[in-house]
Design a protein around this ligand. Structure first.
Ligand code: FES
Ligand code: FES
Length: 850
């Protein structure tokens, strides 16, 4: 087939999809593959001026047609679009951005005076999971204006550091599609890995025959459990997750790997999978965590089906339950959810001399390094991990997914190997948000002052532990919210089932318990005769007060300020709902929690090395701002080096909203040392010198026995108000956030807008459909909200933190999502008087289910 691509004539084999041709033949990196099913829009290009999704378009339809990708825009257009997106803060992980720009171009080529509604409509087929669309829409408006006025868009120069909205250092190259992600990597002689999944959540493996697959032409190696050179089992906290299920053992979830094949092309590798013969003895899966806890339930793991129990008791909850004037007791249910990051998991392994090297997209290169060495049976100096751009994570890229299979492929073939998940495989394999059932009892006195909370939480952690124990802990320890409650009993059970594994997901268990606990607050308010705002304000903690876990609030506690910030909007709207939340910054609870960085002077530039992953939150920019502020060196001379396990100090995972504080403080410490040297020397004098910084967040374990333990180094606080219109549509969310100090306010707004929209999705529609342990959802049926469905999001930033650690910054990544569902449920209760106990909420314009 002959067609025109970016102004030149090209020819492609018939039968292939346009995306395959553009990515694999032309190697165009602006065309991203987010779903292969025509849903996400990350592959958008223009055909004859119209935006089309190249993953569902066959080249056969293109004879003599004009195809335009972002690479084909004029230099001026590229500059205008990328500058506008960068300055507006419209680029986070960046995976959706080139596709978004192409949809915008299709609109603006026709209409240079678009309304906001026109823009939303134009990008409605482009999913962005990071930004909440707000800043993308603003960027497109700016482009339209610039094009109308035939003017370029200039990049701002930044004169100050902390507190200034710098554009992100990686925004321009991401906007232009020049930033590479793992799947954009192609190497000479590269092989492709495919993995056979059991698709039987509970079955005994009786035999595996890989003979025919091995004989297929183009197949280099076929691997099963017997081939794993190191330890077959890996995992974040417990090593309970097999790389391959061996013959004689049971599968525990549908996504379990049986064998991997490494072939010259992906198609050959997939074909070989079909030739592997596996004999199974299928058994009924255990999909209900309550049934899994029954005494005679078959054991999913040898130690039993209870992964962990969290039990916290303070005061005298039994007595308080009897003596409280009002008691509300309800059972809530929240479903498993998928992160739906736009970039499916991908890794590329290759040898550099004797060292097995991997490009990965992960939340922790240090964790990947440990676990891959373990699986390969190699010492740490024989494996090197390099972070590529990460197209979103939200907790879903903490565990190994593709990395160890790519590494095994290279280990055995000595050739570069790539393993990229299809979207289907991504949905099947990576850990989800825990589905939970929560029985929550809250009591108060006649004035509405909280007296007691008791919660029993059952969390379905699926087949493997992942981070389930810690997720359950956070669900329990945050159930009491930002209130002072003297009597508490929290009892949580994290239970193995044959469902897909559950693990970290933005909020780490807190969105689930917050939903129930905040709904109870509304009901208590009604019993007492208070309104929903007043009961929260009366109970909200202040500095020096004691949280329900016994920790004394620091001077930074600003929940009351967030309540005051939304007060007028709450009272002035007929159908308004409200919810509060707090969230830890850092892992805490006595676990190791260290941020590290090393600064090196090279060619008179300041290079920051740290193994902290940016998964779209803008980490590099914030670290540069901190170093610039501390040393007085212009940010243009400071570079954040992409994480590399061979040179970057371990700074822990990008999890628990911790990096700005932990790695940020480490950067400040290192920068202070540099600053002191600069008093007598110049940067040139310091060539090749290094300055190290470390921040160790020391905390107390749960049930430490201390009266006032320090469970976490900091907490962020928030209040959200949701407003409905007369049709029951969510028209506005006011999100007031106490974030300590906003190092980069634009970044903070972007995190809040994105978190709010993700939370809104979980409130209104999102759900991962499972049937007998099998994932039935596709990317297009997860229920993700599109640009045409977003309400106004009003972000209110409250800064109140005298701490000098990282200039007072606290976490924002997770808390932005947490109170949304409860606030929206509260608004629906105001609207129709119906109490809703389950997510997603039913009987709304977004979900007609009763
Ligand atoms: S990759 Fe084409 S729409 Fe998602
Ligand atoms: S920036 Fe849009 S998906 Fe990440």
């Amino acid at each position: 087939m002959n067609f025109r691509l970016n102004g030149r004539t090209v020819s492609s084999q018939s039968g292939t999809t346009l995306i395959k041709y553009l990515r694999e033949v032309e190697k165009l990196t602006s065309v991203k593959n987010g779903c292969s099913e025509g849903v996400c829009g990350s592959c958008t290009v223009l055909v004859e001026g119209k935006a089309v999704r190249s993953c569902t378009m066959k080249v056969d339809k293109l004879q003599d047609k004009e195809v335009l990708t972002l690479e084909g825009l004029s230099e001026l257009e590229k500059e205008i679009y990328s500058n506008a997106f960068a300055e507006a803060g419209a680029v986070q992980c960046g995976f959706c951005t080139p596709g978004m720009i192409m949809s915008a171009k299709a609109l603006l080529d026709e209409n240079l005076n678009p309304t906001e509604e026109d823009i939303k409509k134009a990008i409605k087929n482009n999913i962005c999971r990071c930004t909440g669309y707000v800043k993308i829409i603003a960027a497109i408006m700016t482009v339209a204006k610039a094009l109308r006025e035939s003017k370029n868009i200039n990049l701002n120069e930044y004169k100050s550091n902390i507190g200034q909205s710098w554009r992100r250092v990686d925004a321009i190259e991401k906007a232009l599609g020049e930033a590479t992600y793992c799947d954009d990597v192609f190497m000479e002689g590269m092989l492709y890995v495919s993995v056979l999944r059991a698709m039987r959540p509970r079955a005994k493996i009786l035999a595996i025959d890989t003979g025919k697959a091995k004989l297929l032409e183009g197949i280099e190696v076929v691997l099963t459990a017997v081939d794993v050179p190191g330890e077959n089992y890996q995992g974040y906290i417990f090593k309970d997750w097999p790389t391959f299920v061996p013959v004689g053992e049971m599968t525990r979830c549908a996504g379990d790997a049986i064998a991997a094949v490494v072939g010259k092309t992906k198609e050959i590798a997939d074909e070989a999978l079909r030739l592997i013969e596996v004999e199974y003895e299928e058994l009924e899966p255990i999909i209900d965590p309550k049934k899994a806890l029954e005494e005679d339930a078959p054991k999913i793991h040898e130690k039993g089906n209870l992964l962990s129990r969290t039990y916290v008791k303070r005061g005298d909850p039994e007595k308080a339950l009897v003596q409280s004037k009002y008691i509300v007791k309800n059972t809530y249910k929240t479903p498993p959810l998928d992160h739906a990051f736009l970039e499916p998991e991908s890794a590329v392994a290759f040898y550099v001399e004797e060292v097995l090297t991997l490009y990965v997209a992960t939340q922790s290169i240090t964790h990947d390094h440990h676990e891959i060495c373990r699986v390969l049976g190699l010492p740490h100096d024989k494996v090197r991990i390099l972070l590529k751009n990460v197209g979103g994570g939200f907790g879903g890229k903490e565990d190994l997914s593709v990395q160890h299979y790519a590494a095994l492929g290279t280990f055995f073939t000595k050739k570069p190997c790539k393993y990229t998940f299809s979207r289907e495989e991504s949905l099947l394999c990576h850990p989800k948000r825990h589905g939970m059932e929560l029985e929550i009892t809250t009591g108060c006195d006649e004035h509405g002052m909280l007296t007691v909370m008791a919660a029993k939480i059952i969390a379905d952690t699926g087949a493997y532990a992942s981070l389930g124990t810690a997720v359950l802990e956070r669900a329990c320890t945050h159930a009491c919210g930002p209130y002072s409650i003297p009597n508490v009993e929290l009892d949580g059970y994290c239970v193995y089932t044959n469902n897909p594994p559950a693990g970290a997901f933005r909020g780490f268990g807190v969105p689930q318990s917050n939903f129930g606990a905040e709904r109870n607050m509304d009901q208590l308010a009604k019993l007492v005769g208070l309104d929903k705002w007043e009961i929260r304000y009366r109970n909200a903690v202040e500095p020096e007060m004691i949280l329900a876990n016994g920790q004394i609030c620091g001077d930074d506690a600003a929940i009351k300020e967030t309540l005051l910030a939304v007060k007028d909007e709450y009272y002035n709207n007929k159908y308004a709902g409200i919810a509060c939340a707090f969230k830890n910054t850092g892992i805490g609870v006595g676990l190791q929690d260290v941020g590290r960085c090393r600064i090196r002077i090279k060619d008179s530039k300041v290079i920051i090395y740290s193994a902290a992953s940016c998964i779209g939150q803008g980490l590099a920019t914030v670290m540069i701002q901190i170093v610039s502020e501390t040393t007085g060196i212009d940010g243009a001379h400071i570079i954040f080096s992409q994480p590399d396990s061979s040179i970057c100090p371990d700074s822990g995972a990008t999890t628990a909203s911790r990096q700005t504080l932990f790695t940020g403080e480490a950067c400040r410490q290192a920068a202070l040392k540099l600053k002191s040297c600069l008093e007598t020397k110049t940067l040139q004098d310091l060539e090749n010198q290094e300055f190290e910084g470390e921040f160790n967040g020391v905390t107390d374990p749960i049930n430490s026995g201390k009266e006032n333990p320090i469970s976490h180094v900091a907490y962020s606080y928030a209040t959200h108000v949701a407003i409905l219109n007369e049709d029951g549509k969510v028209i506005k969310i006011i999100a007031a956030h106490d974030i300590g100090k906003a190092i980069n306010p634009l970044n903070i707004e972007g995190q809040v807008e994105g978190g709010v929209l993700m939370g809104l999705g979980s409130a209104l529609r999102e759900k991962l459909i499972l049937e007998k342990g099998l994932v039935k959802s596709k990317f297009g049926t997860l229920g993700l909200l599109r640009a045409t469905e977003i309400p106004e999001i009003d972000v209110k930033i409250i800064e109140k933190n005298p701490s000098e650690l990282a200039y007072g910054a606290k976490g924002i990544g997770e808390i932005s999502l947490i109170p949304v569902a409860a606030a929206v449920a509260s608004a629906y209760e105001s609207f129709d008087g119906i109490e809703r106990f389950e997510l997603p909420l039913k009987s709304t314009p977004y979900n007609k289910e009763k």
